[in-house]
Design a protein around this ligand. Structure first.
Ligand code: COA
Length: 182
């Protein structure tokens, strides 16, 4: 119902539980691309598991503690962004992202996340926006750097994906930095 145009063919919209079948199909198409980096790529395997994840985020949104968005390209769900956490007490939130490989390299994440950070900082008073990624995830690191985030350090052995323990790089942008650049 509500959407934000990202370019001539792409839109950002809320990704709600009623879209579970569409989400399951999108994850299935991109699974091999996402699996090394995104935990839900292994967990979302059918409409029920897709609905469970989307419902968890709908519940978070109702609690003002997170949100899930999708990116539709030519009407097909091809990626998404999320506030994985959104803590209004501390003013800290974390953004996550994913794209189908067919729509990488167009700046869709740059535009969608710029909008999210603007909203988080200007409308919601967030003071710190975080981005966590594995050190080997070059495209994710490049996206964080392009958004003007700073690499603050690495949490060693902090993340489990497909039974492997990985380090997490912590990137962030602070509200003052974001507003002074705008
Ligand atoms: C991480 C991920 C979302 C990044 O996608 P991406 O397409 O590289 O990021 P963007 O949509 O911001 O696009 C940036 C690219 O578009 C290009 N671009 C074109 N027009 C652009 C514009 N107007 N603005 C910004 N970039 C633009 C940039 O040059 C860049 O291309 P390059 O990497 O070849 O230099 C994607 O690689 C992915 O889904 N990976 C698997 C899942 C994953 O790792 N998620 C993150 C977990 S931490």
């Amino acid at each position: 119902m509500f959407s934000l145009r990202l370019d001539d063919t792409a839109e950002l919209r809320p990704l709600e539980p009623w879209r579970a079948a569409e989400f399951a199909a999108a994850v299935d198409r991109a699974r091999e691309h996402l699996r090394p980096w995104i935990p839900f790529a292994s967990r979302v395997v059918d409409d029920d598991s897709a609905r469970q994840l989307l419902q968890r985020f709908a519940d978070k949104q109702a609690e003002d503690a997170g949100a899930m968005y999708g990116i539709w390209v030519d009407g097909s769900l091809r990626g998404g962004t999320l506030f994985r956490t959104f803590d209004t007490q501390t003013g800290v939130c974390e953004i996550g992202v994913w794209l189908d490989p067919t729509v990488e390299g167009r700046g869709l994440i740059q535009r969608a996340v710029t909008h999210m950070i603007d909203h988080a900082v200007r409308a919601r008073g967030m003071k710190r926006v975080e981005w966590l990624c594995a050190p080997g995830n070059a495209r994710s690191k490049a996206a964080a750097a392009r958004l003007g985030m700073t690499h603050e350090g690495t949490l060693r052995s902090s993340f489990v994906i497909e039974g492997r323990r990985l380090d997490s790089e912590v990137w962030s942008v602070l509200a003052d930095e974001w507003l002074s650049r705008a």
